[in-house]
Design a protein around this ligand. Structure first.
Ligand code: DPX
Ligand code: MG
Length: 608
């Protein structure tokens, strides 16, 4: 692109800024008054003059963002200058727009919200894939796209980076389908209202939003931002409905002897993790967690009974859920994957569902209630119901002690997981990629404080590399460990270079089993073979003249334990450990799950 600035030069200007450690994650918090902005010549006693870009930057800063993810392009360059001028925000460069979107998605997981800025169409359409992911995963990522100059819209002009037609609205129309709010700004005066609407809706709904800004509008003056409370407030629960829902739930639970709580992935989006613990402790019953919600209820809590995932649940967990007469589903999401091909979904009169803004049980339906309020209020009213804990004590199996493999024996998946286990401590965050890494990740027992991230609803292979990059920036005090397969890594490998650039000590375990093993188990064919790469060697390519990334290869347990030591010591950049595994060396869970999902996928059409 003839008019693009050199991203490296921009990066140098800003990379000296140090990210401050976060003390609390996952909640967007209001921060101070609007900060100084680009182009402002305001004296201390004058009303500051804002531009569309500096307004956006101020709002980003106010909602707690310290970073925004960027791929430059000539429709965004002026906007990027406006954003750069805000000293509270660090501009972070990505290798491509898909990765940019996923980096922001990972940042939102750590920080509560995120922003990505890309150019028109060639950039935005790639980013849309990751934005679809943010929608599916309930993460408020604000995607900003530069757009054609307003003067070209009325004129008979064809523009680059477009379909080559006079329609410049298609991108906005597409964005409307995959965001909760999509706006196009073509007049500076309308920018404050439109920006606020998009950000407010994203934060409230925990879904992505889209803001398109015409390239000749970003530096145009506009009004100053008001107090942040106008964009971060949540709608309060309706008190009458809340009281009625709690009454109904108390009565519902009174008639059940053996309740169990089932925690789902929407619990975090609702910001109700603490309140779920309150209800669990008030009831004293067992708590099972769905795979996509791993770590959303502490695994070291005495009432935690394991992961509920149908046939491949933790030992005794499915039996316990089946035995109970009442499943309180909190923020749950049932799809073909989480129900193991529709073989495990709690249904019927024993189910109470408490969702982000909605509660239902047999004969009752309540809306406009916040999950947090419902769980807390219910916790104060319920009686102890510990039958499922008593039963769990009877049926639980004691885990057998694992034995380590001989140091020079060929590396196996189980030896790999055995060696990863002790790495997981209170400040660890595991990102488990779609593939056998899901099942390897489930096998890791999390101590208090450890977090687990998985993209199970969208399931885009390659997500974990950029998401780990974004997460590490959003939570600099945590040790990020990504588990990823060879096939997935090939989609987004470039983002390791950005981890090197920003010296992030992410540890990546790359399971090289020479193919799409999960797909092999679902339905095999030649399309599941992957061209081998020298994955460990790739890190040197990314390091170039100044990087401190490490690339190591382990073919046996001895090499793996040495590599892990090196990885832990490397604080100046990422370490990728390529683990050489047999093509068929996968978890038995993957085989069982793959078989049942394939069966569900393969159902013939019903006769009309
Ligand atoms: C595909 C999947 O090597 O992991 O452990 O060997 O399975 P495993 P790999 O990373 O292979 C991943 C592969 C191809 N899914 O098994 S899960 C289909 C798919 C997807 N996302 C995108 N394209 C295709 N999930 C973007
Ligand atoms: Mg593989």
């Amino acid at each position: 692109m003839a008019f693009e600035i050199d991203a490296d030069v921009v990066s140098e200007r800003k990379e000296s800024d140090q990210a401050k450690p976060r003390t609390e994650i996952l909640q967007v918090k209001p921060v101070g008054p609007p900060v100084p902005h680009a182009g402002s010549t305001a004296k201390s006693d004058a009303v500051a003059t804002y531009t569309v870009g500096s307004y956006l930057a101020a709002r980003f800063s106010q909602i707690g963002l310290k970073h925004h993810f960027v791929v430059a392009g000539d429709y965004t360059l002026v906007l990027l200058d406006q954003l750069l001028a805000n000293k509270e925000l660090k501009q972070v460069y990505c290798s491509n727009e898909l990765n940019c979107g996923f980096s922001a998605e990972g940042y939102a997981r750590a920080n509560g919200a995120a922003a990505a800025v890309v150019t028109f169409s060639v950039g935005a359409l790639s980013a849309f894939d990751a934005i679809g992911g943010a929608y599916a995963e309930n993460l408020p990522v604000i995607l900003v796209s530069g757009a054609p100059n307003t003067n070209d819209r009325a004129a008979d002009h064809l523009l680059h980076h477009t379909l080559g037609t006079h329609d410049f609205t298609y991108q906005l129309e597409m964005a409307k389908k995959i965001t909760c709010a999509a706006v196009s700004i073509t007049f500076a005066a309308e920018a404050p209202e439109k920006i606020d609407y998009a950000i407010r809706t994203a934060l409230r709904e925990k879904k992505p939003a889209y803001i398109e800004i015409a390239c000749n509008i970003s530096a145009a003056p506009c009004a100053a931002p008001g107090p942040v409370s106008s964009i971060i407030g949540e709608e309060a629960s309706d008190p009458h409905t809340l009281a009625a829902a709690v009454d109904a739930a108390v009565e519902f639970l009174r008639r059940k002897a053996k309740p169990v709580l089932l925690i789902g992935s929407k619990l975090r989006a609702a910001g109700a993790e603490k309140q779920a613990i309150e209800l669990a402790e008030a009831l004293g019953c067992s708590v099972a967690v769905m795979a996509a919600a791993k770590s959303f209820f502490p695994e070291d809590h005495p009432q935690f009974v394991g992961i509920y995932w149908g046939e491949i649940s933790s030992p005794s967990t499915q039996a316990l859920v089946d035995w109970s007469d009442c499943v309180v589903c909190i923020g749950t999401l049932f799809n073909d994957y989480s129900t193991v091909g529709w073989t495990a979904q709690p249904t019927g009169p024993g189910v109470l569902t408490a969702d982000q803004n909605h509660v239902s049980m047999e004969g009752h339906e309540f809306g406009r209630i916040h999950l947090r309020d419902f769980l807390s209020a219910l916790a104060l009213r319920v009686q102890k119901r510990d039958a499922t804990m008593v039963e769990f004590a009877r049926i639980r199996t004691v885990p057998t002690r694992e034995t380590s493999a001989e140091p020079d024996a060929k590396l196996t998946r189980s030896e790999l997981v055995r060696q990863i286990r002790p790495m997981v401590v209170a400040n660890t965050t595991i990102l488990a990629e779609t593939g056998d890494s899901w099942f390897n990740g489930m096998a890791l027992k999390l101590p208090g404080g450890a977090r687990f991230e998985i993209e199970m609803q969208w399931g885009h292979i390659g997500w974990s590399v950029p998401a780990a990059f974004g997460y590490a920036l959003g939570a600099p005090d945590r040790q990020v460990i990504a588990l990823i397969g060879d096939g997935a890594f090939q989609l987004t490998a470039q983002e390791v270079a950005q981890m090197i650039r920003l010296k992030l000590p992410v540890i990546i375990f790359l399971m090289n089993n020479h193919g799409y093993t999960i797909e092999v188990e679902i339905h095999d064919g030649p399309y599941n073979n992957v061209k081998n790469w020298d994955y460990a060697g790739l890190i040197n390519v990314f390091n170039a003249e100044d990087g401190k990334g490490r690339g190591l290869r382990a073919t046996n347990g001895g090499e793996l334990s040495k590599a892990i030591k090196i990885a832990r010591a490397n604080r100046d950049g990422p370490t990728l450990i390529e683990c050489i595994l047999d093509r068929d060396d996968c978890t038995s869970d993957l085989i069982s799950w793959g078989h049942l999902v394939a069966k569900a996928n393969g159902r013939p059409p019903k006769p009309q």
